[in-house]
Write a protein that binds this ligand. Structure first.
Ligand code: HEM
Length: 206
């Protein structure tokens, strides 16, 4: 069993992650305010929410570029590469551990190592979020910033309406990911140790 600390989060991952987390929080707060607030009593004044959303979206896009290039050019990218063979079994093994094994004191089926820093469920959700959800929310967001680029009609539906529907739906899925992500991050050596890892870069074994 691994007992010493492992250096798993290089500086660029931590810089990207803190920027990404803060911008996502700003986007969710301003997005929810624009979507649901009564214009007479907004959570955040409408024009402030619009500017906040636009600025945070631009910063998020720049930081995503940093993440994409970083993962493409360093060994961190290997942690996001999914293998179809055995995927379902490994996801089920990990889910079974989270549902039952962990409460019976079983040891983790996929212990953290420098070769495999994410368990199969983490790997799958991180890859899905970072290579499907975030690009989709960014592309639709940029399109809504320059609506003249959007086709006016798609199969009888308004192009802007469809783009906005996709943007809001994926934004909702990312918000859901965030809640689950933070909850699962509390499962570690101690409830706070994974959060410390994202500050100093070192993972403390379970
Ligand atoms: C307040 C917000 C957030 C907190 C407190 C937080 C916390 C953490 C922690 C503790 C880790 C290290 C544990 C691990 O590797 O699983 C981590 C990693 C990660 N988080 Fe977050 N997170 C937040 C927001 C986000 C958001 C919004 C996203 C994506 C949209 C995200 C995506 C990731 C990814 C992809 C990793 C793995 C990075 C790597 O090592 O390559 N996080 N997060």
């Amino acid at each position: 069993m691994q007992t010493s600390k492992l250096y798993l989060y290089p500086v660029w991952v931590r810089l990207w992650h803190v920027t990404n987390a803060l911008m996502c929080l700003a986007l969710i707060l301003s997005g929810v305010s624009m979507q649901y607030s009564n214009p007479a009593y907004p959570f955040i004044p409408f024009n402030v929410a619009v500017s906040m959303h636009n600025i945070a979206g631009i910063i998020l896009s720049v930081s995503y570029l940093m993440f994409f290039i970083g993962n493409w050019s360093t060994s961190n990218g290997k942690h996001y590469r999914l293998k179809i063979k055995g995927l379902v079994i490994s996801l089920m093994n990990q889910a079974r551990y989270y549902a039952f094994g962990i409460f019976k004191g079983e040891s983790a089926p996929y212990p953290v190592s420098t070769e495999m820093k994410f368990n199969p469920l983490q790997k799958f959700t991180y890859a899905l979020t970072m290579y499907v959800f975030v690009p989709l929310v960014m592309i639709t967001g940029w399109a809504l910033l320059f609506p003249e680029m959007i086709i006016t009609n798609f199969l009888g539906f308004g192009g802007i309406q469809l783009t906005s529907l996709l943007h809001v739906t994926v934004g909702f899925l990312i918000s859901l990911f965030l809640i689950i992500h933070i909850y699962f991050c509390t499962i570690g050596h101690s409830p706070s140790s994974n959060f410390k890892s994202m500050i100093d870069g070192y993972h403390e074994p379970h």
